[in-house]
Design a protein around this ligand. Structure first.
Ligand code: GDP
Length: 469
C-alpha cells in the first residue's frame, strides 16, 4: 500500500493546454526531489534559497533517468520553483511547486521527471488529506474546500467560504466547551457525593445542558438552507403530455449552464441534472423522459411506477400545466398524488406554462406563470423556491450553516443525547447516568469538528477531490 510518508507529485492545474501548469511535490524528500529536477539559472542549488521565494531556472531530466525519456541534464522547460518548508505549507510537509509552460506534453514530462527523481504519483485528494492529518485544516474546512471547487453559483461560493473560515466548528466548539464544564461538575458529584465539590448546582447543570441542546437544534435547523444551497433539493418536473416540460427543463438547465450528468448503470434512462435556480441548487431527478424526443409523454415513457418513485424521492415537485389545455377531470390521479405529496411535507409549486401565448391572462392564485420561450416568470419561480427552502433570516457566509449530511447527522446525535440528558436530569436521576449522555453528545461534536472522525468518513470526504488537490 501507499505510505503516507512517501513524497508525492501531481499536476495541480487542470489537464489541458494553458498559460502555466503547476506540478506540486510534497513529503519528506520534496526539496531533494526539486533539487534533482530544477537548476536555478543563478547556478546556486534551489535548496539554498529561502522558502516562499520564486526562483527562475531550468527543469531537467534527473540523473539516472531512463535513456528512453531523455539524457540526464536535458532541459525539459524553463520555469519557476517555489519551496515551502513544513509545517508552514499547505500540507504541513516540505513542499515544492514547479511552474512550467502549460503544454500537455511539457507538463507530463515535468511530472515524469519528478517521479524519476524519487516521488510517486499522488492519489486523488492526497495533498488535502495530508493537510488534514497534519492538523492544517479540520474536516469542516476540507468539506468546504470540496464545495468551493464544485461551486456553481455565488451562494454556494459564499457558503463554502464560511465553511473554510470554520464558522460551524467554532460554534460546535463553544457548545463542547459548555458541556465540558457540565461534565466535570457531574464527575465531581459522582466521585464525592457527600462533599459539596460541585460548583454548579443541579439546576445550573440542567440549564447548561438545555442551552447546549437548544444550540445544537438551532444549528441543525440551518441544514435545510445549507443543503438546498450545497447538496441540492431533489426535484421532479411533472405534468401532462405537451404542457411544456421539456422546454421548461431546457430553460432551467440553460445552454451554457454547468451540467452534472450521472448515468447510472448501462442504460441511459436514469439521469440526474444539477442546476441553479436563484440561490437554490436543484437536483432534477429522473429526467429521462425530458431529454429525449420532446412531445412524448414522460410518464408514459418512463412508466407510472418510475414517475411515482421519482416523486416519492423528491422534496420539490414542479407541477406544470398549460392554461390553454383542458383541465383534468375531477379525481385525476396526478392531482390526488400532488395532494398526497403535499400532505407528506413535500413542496409542490404549480407552474403555468407558455405565458407568452396568453398575454392578458389573469393570474391564478398559487400558480406561477412562466414562458420557457422568453424566460419570463423564472425570477418569480426562483423566489418561490427560495422562500420554501432558504431561511431568509440566516446570513449565509457570515453565520454558521450546516452544509453536509455528515455534519447534520453528528448534530442530530448530539441533540438526541442532550435531550435524554436533560430529561434524566429533570427526572432527578443520578449524575452517573446523565454523564454518559453528556459524553455521547461531546463525542458527536468532536466528530463534527473532525477531532475523532472515523477513517471511512475521512475517506468519503477526500474521495471527492481530484488528483493534485
Ligand atoms: P412536454 O411534452 O411536456 O415535454 O412538452 P414540450 O416541452 O415538448 O412542449 C410541447 C409544445 O409546447 C412544443 O411544441 C413546445 O415548443 C411548446 N412550448 C413549450 N413551452 C413553450 C413556451 O413557453 N411558449 C411557447 N410559445 N411554446 C412552448
Amino acid at each position: 500500500m501507499y505510505s503516507p510518508f512517501d513524497t508525492i507529485a501531481a499536476v495541480s492545474t487542470p489537464f489541458g493546454k494553458g498559460g502555466v501548469a503547476v506540478i506540486r511535490l510534497s513529503g519528506p524528500d520534496a526539496l531533494t526531489v526539486a533539487g534533482r529536477v530544477f537548476r536555478p539559472r543563478s547556478g546556486k542549488a534551489v535548496t539554498d534559497y529561502p522558502a516562499r521565494y520564486a526562483v527562475w531556472g531550468d527543469i531537467v531530466v534527473p540523473d539516472g533517468a531512463e535513456a528512453a525519456f531523455g539524457r540526464p541534464g536535458e532541459v525539459l522547460d524553463d520555469g519557476l520553483c517555489t519551496l515551502f518548508r513544513g509545517p508552514a505549507s499547505y500540507t504541513g510537509e516540505d513542499t515544492a511547486e514547479l511552474s512550467c509552460h502549460g503544454g500537455i506534453l511539457v507538463t507530463r514530462n515535468v511530472l515524469t521527471a519528478c517521479l524519476l527523481a524519487g516521488a510517486r504519483q499522488a492519489l486523488p485528494g492526497e495533498y488535502t488529506r495530508r493537510a488534514f492529518l497534519n492538523g492544517r485544516l479540520d474536516l469542516e474546512k476540507a468539506e468546504a474546500l470540496g464545495n468551493l471547487l464544485d461551486a456553481g453559483n455565488d451562494t454556494q461560493l459564499r457558503l463554502s467560504r464560511s465553511g473554510m473560515n470554520g464558522l460551524l466548528t467554532r460554534q460546535a466548539e463553544a457548545v463542547y466547551g459548555g458541556l465540558c464544564a457540565v461534565l466535570s461538575n457531574m464527575e465531581a458529584g459522582i466521585d464525592f457525593p457527600e462533599e459539596d465539590l460541585t460548583e454548579m448546582p443541579r439546576e445550573e447543570i440542567l440549564r447548561a445542558a438545555e442551552e447546549a441542546l437548544a444550540e445544537a437544534r438551532r444549528l441543525l435547523s440551518t441544514y435545510r438552507t445549507g443543503r438546498a444551497i450545497a447538496e441540492g433539493v431533489p426535484t421532479v418536473i411533472c405534468g401532462r403530455p405537451n404542457v411544456g416540460k421539456s422546454a421548461f427543463f431546457n430553460r432551467l438547465v440553460g445552454r451554457d449552464a454547468a451540467i452534472v450528468t450521472d448515468i447510472a448503470g448501462t442504460t441511459r434512462d436514469v439521469l440526474t441534472e444539477t442546476v441553479s435556480l436563484g440561490k437554490v441548487t436543484l437536483r432534477l431527478c429522473d429526467t429521462a423522459g425530458l431529454r429525449e424526443d420532446a412531445g412524448m409523454d414522460a410518464v408514459e415513457k418512463i412508466g407510472v411506477e418510475r414517475a411515482r418513485a421519482a416523486m416519492e424521492q423528491a422534496e420539490l415537485i414542479l407541477y406544470l400545466s398549460d392554461p390553454g389545455m383542458p383541465t383534468e377531470a375531477d379525481g385525476d390521479v396526478s392531482e390526488r398524488e400532488l395532494a398526497r405529496a403535499e400532505a407528506a411535507g413535500k413542496t409542490v409549486i404549480r407552474v403555468l406554462t407558455k405565458s407568452d401565448l396568453y398575454p392578458g391572462m389573469e393570474s391564478v392564485p398559487g400558480s406561477i406563470p412562466v414562458s420557457s420561450l422568453t424566460g419570463d416568470g423564472f425570477g418569480v419561480l426562483a423566489e418561490a423556491v427560495e422562500a420554501a427552502f432558504i431561511d431568509g433570516g440566516l446570513h449565509v457566509g457570515e453565520e454558521a450553516v450546516v452544509f453536509s449530511a455528515r455534519q447534520a447527522a453528528e448534530l442530530a446525535s448530539c441533540a438526541s443525547a442532550l435531550a435524554r440528558a436533560s430529561a434524566n436530569l429533570r427526572a432527578g436521576l443520578t449524575y452517573d447516568i446523565c454523564a454518559d449522555d453528556i459524553r455521547e453528545a461531546m463525542s458527536a461534536l468532536g466528530s463534527l469538528c473532525g477531532r475523532t472522525a472515523r477513517e471511512d468518513v475521512i475517506n468519503e470526504i477526500f474521495s471527492r477531490f481530484c488528483v493534485g488537490k
